[in-house]
Design a protein around this ligand. Structure first.
Ligand SMILES: [Zn+2]
Length: 439
């Protein structure tokens, strides 16, 4: 086929790859991907795809090709040029500095930060995202909906004691203005954390029927505060932020009208019980003891483990012996990966769970295939995105390449986790987002 300008137009492309790998069962080395007008037709071994006449040959024989990745927890509105304070051991002081900088940001500053966060996410091979939209949420939601990313913008709320009423009123009025939307970026709800939101805020969030997210068991201070109402988090709420009031009930949930919340074995299970069995995406869970938890709750937990964020704040080896993600996964929780904000990361030019995989492979020696599952299939499950969006097939949301060598696709993935090179797009989500179907 020849275009009128004389340039050849290649309807078909045959991509020759060193290897193909996804977490849904595609394993081929070497591999080929047949593409028609920018969309994947089929992917597999050269024998399974066969010869294709008139196809333009594209060489990726030094690369491993994989589906784009899922980052299930991030704060893209903290992706501005800064200067931002680096994460550190003093959580109270860090929150104070971030609050001050956020308060000084205009809406245009926030939109610029979210746009930059989207570009850094795309530079990291991300196709699907769970983003926390700070208040007011319009900048995050609108910028994400203009982007090729898919997933959920979780609108964040704060409210304890008497402050719960205002939070719940804001939640219902704002969500009325932001329908769920069945494609692209959906709008969910995120009560920030149990020390900054009371049981009424969590229950109201669950009653919306939207996708739910929260920060849970991020610090040791949290459990202490929820039991006794003391410590640096109390000081932060009372003196730094000024939201302490007489209606706050500690232990958490002790005054709840819900029997399950009152009788919960621990404050952290009370938080989960306050959502009445709804599935919830829980970021961090660095200090959750699976033995404390009702087995029924496990099926509702979608844990987003953010290893670099945990390490940045001192919640990783050697400070804590082991993160409980394995025990939660074995008990039935879905466990996926997130980055948290750019402030926690050592990669200023990209936001990517590929680098979370690298940390867990190098530091903890995890099986690369478990990591690929966490970065794709589990992330899609956690965000209620169809698995076909992260599987090598016609509905894949993006096809990326990483430089890798090895005799099998699994060994190539292990090799890609030993270096720090960024991934590149073979088929960008910018091309595929124009034609993807609603879910
Ligand atoms: Zn977070």
């Amino acid at each position: 086929m020849t275009a009128t300008c004389g340039e050849p137009v290649h309807k078909l492309q045959l991509i020759r790859a060193g290897g193909l790998l996804d977490a849904a069962g595609t394993v081929a080395s070497p591999g080929v991907v047949l593409v028609e007008f920018g969309r994947v037709i089929t992917a597999g071994s050269p024998e399974s795809v066969g010869e294709v006449a008139d196809a333009k040959i594209i060489d990726h024989t030094s690369d491993l090709l994989m589906p784009g990745l899922v980052n299930a927890h991030c704060h893209l509105d903290l992706s501005g040029p800064g200067p931002w304070p680096p994460a550190g051991d003093d959580y109270r002081a860090w929150v104070g500095r971030v609050r001050t900088l956020r308060a000084a940001a205009s809406e245009e500053d926030t939109r610029h930060a979210v746009r930059r966060g989207i570009q850094l996410s795309l530079a990291g091979g991300t196709t699907c995202i769970g983003d926390i939209a700070g208040q007011p949420p319009a900048a995050s939601i609108e910028e994400l909906r203009l982007s090729p990313l898919r997933g959920t913008a979780f609108v964040e709320y704060f409210g304890i004691g008497s402050g719960q009423r205002r939070a719940v009123e804001a939640m219902y009025s704002q969500l009325a203005a932001w329908p769920v939307d069945a494609s692209g970026i959906r709008v969910g709800v995120s009560p920030h954390a149990p020390y900054s939101c009371g049981p009424d805020v969590y229950a109201a969030a669950a009653a919306t029927g939207r996708q739910l997210s929260t920060h849970l068991a991020e610090t040791r201070l949290e459990a202490e505060f929820l039991k006794r109402g003391v410590g640096p988090l109390r000081d932060m709420l009372e003196h730094d932020i000024g939201v302490w009031n007489d209606e706050i009930q500690i232990p958490w949930g002790d005054d709840s009208s819900d029997q399950r919340v009152r009788e919960s074995q621990s404050p952290l299970t009370a938080v989960l019980n306050s959502m009445h069995g709804a599935a919830v995406l829980c970021a961090h869970m660095n200090y959750m003891n699976p033995a404390d938890m009702d087995p029924e709750l496990m099926a509702n937990i979608r844990l987003v483990y953010c290893p670099r964020a945990s390490a940045s704040f001192g919640h990783a080896p050697p400070e804590i012996e082991v993160h409980p993600w394995r025990a939660l996964r074995d008990a039935g929780a879905t466990v996926c990966l997130g980055t948290d904000s750019l402030l926690c990361l050592d990669t200023p030019n990209r936001i990517s769970v590929l680098d979370e995989m690298r940390l867990l492979y190098r530091r903890d020696g995890l099986d690369p295939m478990i990591l690929l599952d966490m970065a794709t299939i589990a992330g899609a499950d956690a965000l209620a995105i169809p698995r076909c969006a992260v599987s090598l097939g016609p509905s894949v949301a993006g096809l990326m390449a990483v430089r890798a060598s090895g005799t099998t696709p699994e060994r190539m993935l292990a090799d890609a986790l030993t270096h720090n090179e960024p991934p590149s797009w073979v088929i960008s989500p910018i091309i595929l987002s124009a034609t993807h179907t609603a879910y």
